[in-house]
Design a binder for this molecule. Structure first.
Ligand SMILES: [Zn+2]
Length: 319
């Protein structure tokens, strides 16, 4: 039986072949066209289409490195189906080492976008029109903003059993319940009946080896599960994810120098001292006590904080 035609960005990808294409979005003020590279590899055998994407926020580099290594090691060459890699989505932000687009908008609050909207909205529109219709599953890689470092985690709606099952197959240290946020890519993808895993790990403008390894291993497990690749995965390193049903941010009680006393990912008890905020002149050391029992899933690595800055994100174990 003949395989279905696969045409993406105006190009037909034949079975067993691949292509390096560009998503044409807009031009710079210098008239330089801005093209977002899209790398497609198709197997000779029919199967699902998986999209690996990163850099939706231009300063979130861990995901870019995860996908770069996947391409470099040729893990994106499937035994069945198609793998699409979009290593740097917000290429404007990546050039400027900024989270947003040049117009200051957050691409992840601009979906599904419109042809005549803001630059961010046009980006979202082209993606939803040219790429999204082809895919069955999206794995989207993010990091914490600024110096806030997320311990590797998959965020999904715990009531959505199929997503939770996929999240368990990905097997990150944590799975965090996270409801859909309006105008995000996740909401748009799920509304179109497709699956999406949102990975969070590390902080902006940084490459964290632990996070990169967790991301690559998760992709390997998902591709193996879908029959798209077969990887030998070291089971001894596997553990079950800790499932967290809710989470809360803790904020700094003072402005000052911030020193954490717990490791990211560790379990804390309510009332336990987990950090101190100090002044430079030796006058005070303000203790910061855990506001609830749970797991630390994000630590602010900034040495200096203002009163009210988010310093820890704590997740509560699902009852
Ligand atoms: Zn992000």
């Amino acid at each position: 039986m003949a395989l279905k035609k696969f045409i993406i960005l105006g190009e037909e990808i034949l079975p067993g072949k691949g292509a390096e294409l560009n998503l044409d979005v807009a031009r710079l003020h210098t008239r330089t066209p801005i093209q977002v590279p899209v790398i497609v590899r198709r197997a000779k055998v029919e199967g699902p289409t998986v999209l690996l994407m990163a850099g939706l926020h231009g300063d979130e580099i861990n995901g870019v490195e995860i996908i770069r290594r996947i391409i470099r090691k040729k893990f994106n060459e499937p035994l069945c189906g198609t793998i699409i890699c979009l290593p740097v989505f917000n290429i404007f932000g990546f050039l400027n080492m900024k989270r947003e687009l040049p117009d200051g908008r957050d691409l992840n609050r601009s979906f599904p976008g419109s042809k005549s909207g803001s630059l961010a909205s046009q980006f979202a529109y082209h993606f939803m029109k040219e790429i999204a219709p082809h895919v069955d599953l999206v794995i989207d890689f993010h990091t914490g903003a600024a110096q806030r470092s997320n311990f590797p985690q998959i965020r999904c709606v715990l009531d959505d059993e199929a997503s939770v099952e996929l999240a368990h197959i990905f097997n990150p240290p944590f799975i965090l319940n996270s409801s859909y946020i309006s105008k995000t890519i996740r909401e748009s993808i799920v509304e179109r009946g497709k699956r999406m895993l949102l990975f969070e790990g590390g902080k902006a403008n940084s490459i964290d080896e632990l996070v990169v390894e967790e991301g690559i291993n998760g992709v390997k497990r998902i591709l193996s599960h879908l029959g798209m690749r077969s990887f030998k995965i070291d089971i001894s390193k596997d553990r079950s994810p800790t499932v967290l049903s809710e989470s809360k941010w803790m904020r700094s009680p003072n402005s000052g120098m911030f020193q954490t006393m717990v490791k990211n990912g560790s379990e804390v008890k309510k009332g336990e001292t987990i950090a101190i905020v100090t002044d430079p002149y030796g006058k005070y050391e303000k203790k910061v006590n855990a506001s609830m029992s749970g797991f630390v899933i994000c630590v602010n690595e900034a040495p200096i904080v203002y009163k009210g800055d988010a310093i820890f994100h704590i997740g509560k174990l699902r009852p």
